[in-house]
Design a protein around this ligand. Structure first.
Ligand SMILES: Cc1cc2nc3c(=O)[nH]c(=O)nc-3n(C[C@H](O)[C@H](O)[C@H](O)COP(=O)(O)OP(=O)(O)OC[C@H]3O[C@@H](n4cnc5c(N)ncnc54)[C@H](O)[C@@H]3O)c2cc1C
Length: 512
């Protein structure tokens, strides 16, 4: 992967192309992808170190593909664990619902589900950032305020330890500043409550030695009395989460004696140490807007998902991948209006994440509401197959930008698979975080139609040179596909005419 573009400040007042507020998984991923696109980035986080309390323990193949683009996938895979799936059981351990996750590598070139230790991921993302010349990371620095004008955003930052203030100017600011986002306030967004709000205790333990009897599946213990979750995390880490009754205070819930008492069915104090514990209120919220002018929000700043599907962080990673190439385009083309392209960010991402939030709420409902009577009826009324659940794969929302750009709507919004090329190289490793045009030989004339210079950000692959890509086109019933850097299909094409139309649209939009 190369940094083909080096953006230049328009005048001396511009410090940086993009200021990313918050260096959690969303901000760190976004900053990495922007850096790969040749964009200068300032990342600030008010905390001096990665968040220490227990949070994400799961991510999926789509997120892994983004981490692959960043360049940390192999290192992350080495510290993660392939997850065989999730089981929902009743208080007598009777299986209510099975959600097996394929243990084979799937269409994205990775396993469908991984277990991780979130600080390990965040450390890798930060290490990767430190290798980019055009990225400046300031830890222990918080955003105090922003002020936007037509061309820039002026930021007032503060070193938390010394209280000294720092001024900065950026073309765009992205608030990846978590659930209590300050940038969201400046965007003028409110959080729509989608209906889930519960207080849970989360406990991470470190086993002294392997205890295979605990099992490798995630288990949701469904109950009206004491809903709980067990997670088999990498190495000797294991997690239990439990819903808290309203009358139990946080302080009482966090008492170690009480925790061991709750866990005694599975584990005794002499078998492990409690590594981390925290009480959270799990919420389901979606921001009313993701952008105002040059200010945007991403990750938990834009949406909150109950953790039952392990998708909150994954949604932030998808935000970063969707947004980075769009911001890069806006910065490379300062004379063009950016509104429509940047509006597509919310139009595409908001309905997508909403589907995950709703599915997580449904699962939360199941975990909470199952009593002995409903179990009996569930088991009687279903055969084994009906008790199986499959992963959802929502398409991104339609955007005005795409609808205006293309006459055809073949496969827009679907994700492109990642096969391996003949020498074993994964497709994305070959292409980098770029636009890719994959075509049958008869449409490859299209590639030659792109004027010199315009094609700088486009990789063209035809099936004569890469017969291993035939199956990819066959599966989509297309003769060519144009794939965005976030691996979504921008357009499929059947004929050379359609390809030429696409070509003109791209040049018109100066996309590649
Ligand atoms: C118990 C639990 C389990 C979870 N399990 C999963 C899971 O298995 N899978 C999954 O995908 N997700 C899971 N999640 C959700 C996941 O942890 C979050 O979605 C994810 O951490 C959000 O990342 P982010 O980068 O958007 O925000 P954060 O990680 O919250 O990062 C925001 C950063 O912004 C910084 N910041 C805030 N304000 C300012 C400011 N004014 N100036 C400078 N910096 C600022 C903060 O210090 C912080 O570092 C879980 C969450 C919880 C609580």
């Amino acid at each position: 992967m190369t940094n083909s573009h080096q953006s230049k400040p328009v005048d001396d007042a511009v410090n940086v192309d993009v200021a990313v507020i918050g260096c959690g998984p969303t901000g760190a991923t976004l900053a990495n992808l922007l850096a790969l696109s040749g964009i200068s980035v300032l990342v600030v986080d008010r905390e001096p170190a990665v968040y220490p309390l227990p949070r994400a323990v799961h991510f999926d193949d789509e997120s892994m593909r983004v981490f692959q683009a960043v360049g940390i996938a192999d290192a992350l895979a080495a510290q993660s664990r392939v997850n065989p799936g999730m089981r929902f059981v009743d208080e007598h351990d009777r299986l209510l619902l099975d959600w097996p996750r394929p243990v084979d590598v799937g269409m994205h070139g990775w396993h469908g589900s991984y277990r991780l230790h979130q600080p390990a991921l965040e450390t890798l993302l930060r290490e990767s950032l430190s290798h980019h010349d055009r990225v400046q990371i300031e830890l222990g620095v918080q955003l105090l305020s922003v002020e936007e004008d037509d061309e820039f955003v002026n930021l007032l930052l503060q070193n938390v330890a010394t209280e000294s203030q720092i001024q900065c100017t950026a073309r765009f600011v992205v608030g990846c500043d978590g659930a209590n986002s300050l940038v969201r306030h400046y965007v003028g967004a409110h959080m729509e409550d989608l209906g889930f709000r519960e207080r849970w205790l989360v406990v991470d333990v470190l086993l002294h030695s392997e205890q295979p009897e605990l099992g490798d599946h995630t288990v949701q213990y469904c109950s009206t009395r004491q809903p709980m979750t067990y997670c088999r995390n990498p190495g000797l880490r294991r997690r239990w989460e439990m819903a808290l009754p309203a009358e139990l205070s946080d302080a009482h819930a966090l008492e170690e004696n009480r925790i061991w008492q709750t866990l005694k069915r599975w584990i005794q104090p002499e078998q492990a140490v409690i590594e981390r514990k925290a009480v959270y209120t799990f919420k389901s919220e979606l921001a009313s807007r993701f952008r105002s002018g040059r200010l945007l929000i991403a990750g938990d700043a834009a949406h909150l998902t109950p953790p039952f599907m392990g998708q909150g962080m994954c949604a932030g990673i998808r935000d970063a991948s969707n947004l980075a190439w769009k911001l890069a385009w806006c910065i490379r083309n300062p004379a063009h209006s950016f509104s429509r392209l940047l509006d597509s960010y919310q139009q595409e991402r908001s309905p997508h994440v909403k589907q995950y939030i709703k599915a997580a709420i449904q699962l939360g409902g199941l975990i909470n509401s199952v009593d002995a009577k409903s179990v009996e009826s569930l088991i009687e009324s279903n055969d084994a197959e009906a008790l199986r659940m499959a992963s959802i794969k929502p398409a991104i929302g339609d955007s005005d930008w795409v609808l205006e750009l293309f006459d055809t709507t073949h496969h827009q919004g679907a994700m492109c698979a990642q096969p391996c090329l003949a020498d074993g190289t994964k497709l994305d490793d070959f292409t980098g975080y770029q636009f890719v045009f994959i075509c049958r030989p008869e449409l490859s004339a299209w590639g030659g139609l792109v004027p010199e210079g315009v094609a700088a950000g486009l990789v063209v692959l035809n099936t004569r040179d890469h017969p291993e890509l035939e199956q990819l086109l066959d599966s989509m019933h297309q003769n060519a596909v144009l794939v965005r850097p976030d691996r979504y299909v921008l357009s499929g094409m059947l004929t050379l005419d359609e390809a030429q139309l696409t070509n003109r649209s791209l040049i018109g939009a100066r996309l590649v």
